[in-house]
Design a protein around this ligand. Structure first.
Ligand code: C2E
Ligand code: MG
Ligand code: MG
Ligand code: MG
Length: 276
């Protein structure tokens, strides 16, 4: 009996493994052509100023419009794109697309807002990154203060290299943000040396802010830390009014989350800009 269960367990395990593996291989193959087929799109999630209630920023979030599987979210393909090296070109497409879009909104005379773009590890370590950002800023004519690049703590493990890259990006005039703050394993010493503008509190801390006293205290501490270092704080994953009230009370600067809006299409976002 025990043997049989063991055997069954094994079979189920390999079935799942084979399924995951073949799905990955299929996605990997499809990913190779996705860029030239124009299958990527950006969705946009508003960032709201907690003091004024105004929409002052937006995060660009990539989605893959797969011809057979429909919309695929980044958690399913960014990792594969990193492993295959495809991420470099995909990431460049995101930066370019985001800048073109933001410039377009300014040309339509919407009030200027900051556009945040996520960098991947490979992209951050790629030696062409700084020149690429420079060329996109020049070619689109976007004022660089309206582009913010998001990195995570784990990308910046090589302190000297990261500092060098960030200083060059800073010299272009773009903003720098630490995404998912508090979830990486790095020491805090980089905070005083890196030329940063924003800390984004990871949504895992925000989620249980009203129930878990530890999360509440961590969030308060991050806000205080950020302000003492002259950084603005954005809370991500804000879903309820109670969470927003808490964050406001503790002087968190900006909010991003489902409470205000999920990431939305460019058309939906333009409606928000019109009515803001
Ligand atoms: P992230 O940069 O931390 O982005 C925030 C994620 O949280 C987004 O998921 C967003 O849809 C989700 N989110 C926002 N508000 C809420 C909320 O109130 N509740 C909950 N439960 N979730 C919320 P998404 O779009 O699936 O992206 C996942 C991750 O994929 C991003 O996390 C980022 O690390 C990565 N990613 C997205 N776009 C790009 C890109 O263009 N390039 C790279 N390299 N990575 C990207
Ligand atoms: Mg992000
Ligand atoms: Mg994040
Ligand atoms: Mg995240």
């Amino acid at each position: 009996q025990a043997k049989e269960q063991g055997k069954n367990g094994y079979v189920i395990y390999t079935d799942e493994l084979m399924h995951d593996l073949s799905e990955k291989i299929t996605l990997e193959a499809d990913l190779k052509n996705a860029l030239e087929n124009g299958e990527f799109i950006l969705h946009y999630q508003p960032q709201i100023c907690n003091k004024s209630g105004k929409l002052i920023g937006v995060e660009a979030l990539i989605r893959w419009n797969h011809p057979r599987q429909g919309l695929i979210y980044p958690d399913k393909f960014i990792q594969i794109a990193e492993e295959t090296g495809l991420i470099t070109h995909i990431g460049e497409w995101v930066i370019k697309q985001a800048c073109i879009q933001n410039k377009k909104w300014q040309d339509y005379h919407f009030e200027p807002i900051k556009m945040s773009v996520n960098l991947s590890t490979q992209q951050f370590l790629h030696r062409n990154l700084v020149d690429f950002v420079k060329s996109v800023i020049n070619n689109t004519g976007l004022d660089p203060q309206y582009l913010v690049l998001e990195i995570t703590e784990s990308m910046a493990m090589d302190f000297d290299h990261s500092l060098h890259v960030l200083q060059q990006l800073k010299a272009i005039g773009v903003g720098i943000s630490i995404d998912d703050f508090g979830t990486g394993y790095s020491s805090l010493s980089y905070l005083k040396k890196f030329p940063l503008d924003y800390l984004k509190i990871d949504k895992s801390f925000v989620r249980d802010i009203m129930e878990d006293i530890n999360d509440a205290n961590i969030v308060k501490a991050i806000i205080t830390l950020a302000h003492n270092l002259n950084l603005a704080v954005i809370a991500e994953g804000v879903e309820t009014q109670e969470q927003l009230d808490f964050l406001r009370k503790h002087e968190c600067d900006q909010t991003q989350g489902y409470l205000y809006s999920k990431p939305i299409t460019v058309e939906q976002f333009e409606n928000r800009l019109r009515n803001k």
